[in-house]
Write a protein that binds this ligand. Structure first.
Ligand code: ME8
Length: 646
């Protein structure tokens, strides 16, 4: 590598099992990786983005048999489908690795040979509990009620001569590495899980009897390499190991391995780094594990059958609204990145998806453009006017860009998008308060009108530049309407700066709204699915009972000075008097509240809001799209004041 050339950014997804096609869970990891890859390229870095398929599982042999095919033919067909699926989702991977490829066979066999030589792989006997669908041996202690701790299915007792990897030898060095490199495993709470796992890490059985499918042991073809040991090696195969060491030197270590929490502690956070240590190779810079996408509280997975297919979702949206398939995909990308904090589990519902589509994409983002373009068409001969940028708004844009950039680098996609949406709200407020439609009626305000429309259009351009890694197609459509090239010019730093691309004088080309509103369909009752024991969205009865919900009567109220939304309400709860602050003033008159019996959370920590001490919180129903209160929760007949609900 010539000195001074930064190392390419090497990012990976897990290589997926081929027993079914991509769904919202596997698509999520791949979309996250794609967003990071696009962001890094946009930062001016060379990127190697790799994904692929993990094909040597025993279940492949079973599935191939069931279809009357050889494992080779079946797995080649499935891998093609995966590759096509990612292409259809416009995933910009640079390499797609399949484990049956010769380059990978060479890497696995070479690695095994070296570790046999060094004594880190040794022969022995293995007896344990084996889960066929997961292709994993488990210790007695790890079983859950005698079943596989990962998929919950039955396990079988197996004993066989086998090869072992001396993982336990790397326990202490690995713990030390993690301690010295706090960014190695993120987020924090996943690191802690991994550390507990490593403390117990034992030598791992890494061979299976050869039944004709898998990578044979170099000197003992009666065994194949255990599918997980085989699969993890893909990350160095892609980087050129061991065939092209010059390339490997340039690319390794990987900058980021992405995956969900299922395969972090046991594999990417422990076995894989131990394997690299045994080889004397540097460890990846970062291993990041996100949570699960769930439906009805259960993990979305092929084996559970509660799968949401991103293609169907995008095609349905395309059919329903007439928007381009790729723009529909962008809406899905936006939703999955915005809806959840990276690392946490998240629920997928049609309602939440449609809610964000309407509120964030059609209203906030779409309207920012839709309001300006007709004004430019009518008053500026269809060209973005020359004007002076409003310095305050330009400063907000710059600071949002800095926040978004840092957040993208930190895998905080939600934070990045929140920063962008905060500035979109400011742009919309700016247009609302400067009232360009009124300026247009006053011939003396022509310069002011030009300043406002230029400022708005330019700030929207900056916003599109910030959204490019997340929604490339929607951004292209918006930019074309502004008279720009589909892709931002230059790197992130160049493109997001206000004034960067010379927008003034460009002919605008108003088209259909990029994101139309969609109908909100009533939530369908969730399919009955088996619930996991630990889901994020359940609370115990005891937890629930800690919250005191009580009946209160609204005696009187007034607006809180200086706050458009807030009422101060005076309540009685039995003998007790209380004051609460409620954000209802834009949607409810005081006369709709005074005299009503309402429900409050009575033991919420008191909090000062605009100088008024609020001693509880009133329950109201909020609109899923606008998030504004639409109904107050009350009782259906007079109830004792102060009484508790349960
Ligand atoms: O584990 N929510 O492959 P796999 C979020 N072949 N992410 C999900 C998800 C969900 N509901 N379901 C799946 C394997 N994923 C091995 C990997 S790597 C050397 C070998 C994503 O097809 C997530 O990234 O079971 C998870 O880690 C991965 O798919 C598991 O994919």
């Amino acid at each position: 590598m010539p000195s001074g050339t930064p190392k390419p950014f090497y990012i990976t997804t897990p290589i997926y099992y081929i027993n079914a096609l991509p769904h919202i869970g596997t698509a999520y990891t791949t979309i996250v990786a794609d967003t990071v890859a696009r962001f890094q390229r946009y930062m001016g870095r060379e990127v190697l983005f790799a994904t692929g398929t993990d094909e040597h599982a025993e279940k492949v042999v079973q599935a191939a048999k069931a279809r009357g095919m050889t494992a080779e033919a079946y797995s080649a067909e499935m891998a093609d489908k995966f590759r096509e699926a990612w292409c259809r989702l416009d995933i910009t991977f640079d390499d797609f690795i399949r484990t049956p490829e010769p380059r990978h066979h060479r890497a696995v066999q070479e690695l095994v040979r070296r570790l046999q030589e060094s004594g880190d792989i040794y022969a022995g006997d293995y007896e344990g509990w084996y889960c066929v669908p997961c292709a994993t041996f488990f210790l007695e202690n790890d079983l859950e009620e005698g079943n596989c701790p990962d998929c919950g299915r039955e396990v079988e007792r197996r004993s066989q001569p086998a090869y072992f990897f001396a993982a336990s030898k790397y326990r202490e060095p690995l713990l030390k590495h993690i301690e010295e490199h706090p960014d190695f495993i993120v987020p924090d709470f996943r690191r802690n899980e991994t550390v507990s796992f490593i403390r117990e890490m034992r030598d791992a059985c890494i061979s299976r009897p050869n039944d004709g499918w898998g990578i044979p042991f170099p000197n003992d073809p009666a065994h194949v390499v255990y599918v997980w040991f085989d699969a993890l090696i893909n990350y160095i195969t892609v980087a050129g190991w061991p065939d092209d060491l010059e390339r490997f030197e340039r690319l390794w270590p990987a900058d980021l391995h992405l995956m969900a929490k299922d395969i972090l502690p046991r594999f990417h956070g422990s076995m894989w780094p131990a394997m690299l240590m045994a080889l004397g190779l540097p460890l990846p810079k970062k291993v990041a594990a996100h949570g699960y996408w769930q439906m009805g509280g259960a993990k979305i997975s092929k084996s559970r059958g509660n799968v949401i297919n991103p293609f169907e979702l995008a095609s349905d949206l395309e059919k329903e609204t007439g928007i381009d398939f790729n723009v529909a995909l962008d809406a899905i990308r936006y939703f999955v990145l915005r809806e959840t904090a990276f690392g946490q589990d998240a629920g997928f519902t049609d309602e939440a998806f449609r809610g964000r589509l309407n509120a964030d994409l059609a209203n906030d983002l779409g309207n920012s453009l839709n309001r300006c373009l007709p004004l430019i068409e009518r008053n500026c001969e269809g060209r973005v006017p020359e004007g002076t940028l409003d310095p305050a708004l330009a400063a907000e844009v710059e600071s949002a860009a800095a926040t978004a950039r840092a957040a993208f680098e930190d895998l905080d996609f939600r934070g990045a998008l929140e920063a962008v949406w905060a500035v979109i709200a400011q742009i919309n407020r700016y247009v609302g308060t400067t009232e360009p439609w009124a300026l247009a009626r006053d011939p003396g305000s022509a310069q002011k009108l030009a300043d406002v429309l230029y400022t708005a259009a330019e700030c929207i351009r900056c916003v599109t530049a910030m959204l490019y890694p997340v929604m490339p197609h929607a951004v292209a459509a918006m930019r074309v309407q502004l008279g720009l090239s589909p892709a931002p010019e230059g790197t992130w730093n160049q493109a997001v700066a206000p004034g960067a691309e010379g927008l003034a004088g460009r002919p605008v080309a108003r088209g259909n709204p990029v994101f139309p509103r969609v109908e909100l369909r009533p939530a369908e009752p969730p399919e009955p699915v088996e619930r996991e024991a630990t889901t994020v969205d359940t609370v115990t009865y005891e937890d629930f009972m800690k919250i005191q919900l009580r009946v209160a009567t609204v005696e009187s109220g007034e607006r809180v000075e200086g706050a458009d939304k807030l009422y101060k309400l005076n309540l009685t709860l039995g003998d007790e008097k209380r004051t609460i602050v409620a954000g209802l003033a834009q949607d409810f008159g005081l006369d709709e509240l005074v005299g009503k019996q309402i429900i409050i959370v009575a033991n919420l920590e008191p909090r000062k809001v605009r100088g008024v001490l609020s001693q509880g919180m009133l329950l109201a129903v909020t609109d899923p799209v606008t998030d504004r209160p639409v109904a107050i929760v009350t009782v259906d007949r007079p109830a004792p004041s102060g009484a508790r609900l349960r």
